[in-house]
Design a protein around this ligand. Structure first.
Ligand SMILES: Cc1ncc(COP(=O)(O)OP(=O)(O)O)c(N)n1
Ligand SMILES: Cc1nc(C(=O)O)sc1CCOP(=O)(O)O
Ligand SMILES: [Mg+2]
Length: 235
């Protein structure tokens, strides 16, 4: 199912070793997947390239052991080099997530090919401009946020004055209606956000800490997935 025509970003887990309170990343990924998460992004600002390749390998193996290689999408944040190295080692990684200041989408597409899944994030108001002015045909989804200020990524949503600008459900609904590609929303997302978020028509939510820092990650993940399924307007 993880190809450009059919992939599921409804419950999207972003994680790296700095997010797990010292617990093994692969164990928490395993629990998130068992609980029904549909997409995993390996994201670390401290891990080396070799560590990121290893984490990607571990995630791919966990997904395969759960029998979900065709159902759960595995992406790497920022690092085209890591995706290429992982693929060259035979690791099943489906694509990359980049921001507007990262490796450009056309370069990712050139090296990863037409089958790869490429997500792009930007601040919501920039995405409105992006949708109006740019060709989005090479992008598979937009990652949008922050819904709330978050310690996981303190620099997200910063405006020119250094103030964090968060996104309203109304803005997200508007963006979802305008966008030709799916929109996944994150940034401080907690269980209580899932129902109103699902009602915006977004394709999904992404979280780091709501799962990775939970006392019981599997239970936290299961509650998020259940809430999304109960409230989603997308069938
Ligand atoms: C699904 C998703 N959406 C947004 C982001 C943020 O990407 P970016 O702005 O490039 O910031 P970093 O994650 O690289 O710090 C994301 N990673 N995933
Ligand atoms: C990786 C990332 N991107 C964001 C954005 O708004 O673009 S917020 C974010 C981190 C989200 O972590 P948590 O679920 O712990 O708040
Ligand atoms: Mg980035």
């Amino acid at each position: 199912m993880s190809n450009r025509k059919k992939f599921d970003i409804s419950a999207y887990f972003v994680v790296g070793p700095e997010n797990t309170k010292g617990r093994p990343v692969e164990q928490i990924i395993k629990e998130a997947i068992e609980a029904g998460f549909t997409c995993v992004q390996i994201r670390s600002k401290i891990a080396t390239a070799r560590e990121l390749i290893q984490l990607t390998d571990q995630a791919a193996q966990v997904i395969a052991k759960a029998g979900k290689s065709q159902d759960v999408t595995l992406l790497v944040n920022d690092r085209l080099d890591v995706v290429l190295a992982a693929k060259s080692q035979g690791i099943k990684v489906d694509g990359i997530h980049v921001g507007q200041w990262d490796i450009p989408v056309d370069v990712c597409r050139k090296y990863l090919g037409q089958e790869a899944i490429i997500g792009l994030s930007a601040r919501t108001n920039e995405i409105f401009d992006y949708i109006r002015t740019e060709d989005t045909s090479q992008i598979d989804y937009f990652g949008v946020g922050p819904l709330h200020e978050t310690m996981t990524k303190p620099d997200c949503g910063l405006d020119r004055d250094g103030k964090v600008v968060t996104r309203s459900f109304e803005e997200i609904s508007k963006l979802v209606k305008l966008s030709k590609i799916p929109v996944v929303v994150g940034g401080g997302v907690k269980l209580t956000d899932i129902a109103p978020l699902a009602q915006t028509g977004a394709a999904g939510f992404f979280v780091v800490s709501a799962v990775s820092e939970a006392d019981n990650p599997k239970q936290a993940a299961a509650e998020l997935v259940k809430a999304w399924r109960l409230n989603s307007v997308i069938l």
